[in-house]
Ligand binder design. Structure first.
Ligand code: DC
Length: 221
């Protein structure tokens, strides 16, 4: 990133509201938005499609290096084919934690994400390791969170399913994402923790806009 670019990192667990907030924030700040979870999902889908076992770290790393991933305007393409719907299905969702724990995959995704940031005047980037690893010098690092119960309720509201079961799987995925050795989901000392449990999207977006403006103000001071 250049010294003048505005990078807003939005990290946090599944269901904290990252996508909704990050998209609205990008619109409000007139910046591009990048969903890095979609990139890990795209690699997972490509590996499954090629019959590569997800626990074969070397082969999955090769898949990540060999494909072209394009994430724009809410759509995700792999080698020119739109896989946006497929990457949200249960097969990819249940395999993606394994792929996200693969260090070679992470290295390739990190390089792509940094290149994305370098190509534009800034962006709002959503993921798990954006403020800690990918853009450690981001203008603002936000760690969005919400209670497991609220996150499960949101998920059931979107796609249906059993609340208890959904909450259990959310807690399990959190544990996997935060205990992996490479780039675990953690807060950093300089991130702002925002709990979205009892707050509207607009409220949270306004709070973050104020924080971004504050950063720019302190840069100018
Ligand atoms: O946000 P999501 O549910 O689409 O993310 C899919 C998976 O990818 C999830 O297991 C977390 C992982 N992920 C990651 O490890 N690092 C990121 N920057 C983004 C997502």
């Amino acid at each position: 990133m250049s010294a003048t670019s505005t990078i807003v990192a939005i990290d946090g667990p599944a269901g904290a509201g990252k996508s909704t907030i990050a998209k609205a924030l990008a619109k409000r700040l007139e910046l591009d938005y990048l969903d890095t979870g979609a990139m890990y999902r795209a690699v997972t889908h490509a590996a499954i499609e090629r019959g590569v076992p997800l626990d074969d770290a070397v082969a999955v790393g090769e898949v990540a290096r060999g494909i072209t991933i394009l994430v724009t305007d809410g759509r995700t393409c792999v080698d020119g084919v739109d896989v946006s719907d497929l990457i949200r299905g249960t097969i990819v969702t249940s395999g993606v934690s394994t792929v996200a724990a693969n260090s070679e995959v992470r290295r390739v995704m990190r390089d792509l994400q940094r290149a994305w940031g370098d190509e534009r005047p800034g962006g709002v980037i959503e993921g798990r390791d954006i403020g800690t690893i990918v853009f450690p010098d981001a203008t603002l690092k936000v760690y969005l969170t919400a209670s497991p119960r609220v996150r499960a309720q949101r998920r059931v509201g979107q796609v249906g399913g059993d609340l208890e079961e959904t909450e259990r799987s959310i807690v399990e995925r959190d544990h996997k994402d935060s205990s992996r050795s490479d780039s675990p989901l953690v807060t950093s000392a300089d991130s702002v923790v925002v709990d979205t449990s009892d707050r509207s999207v607009d409220e949270v977006v306004e709070e973050i806009v104020t924080l971004v403006e504050g950063r720019h103000g302190s840069e100018r001071a």
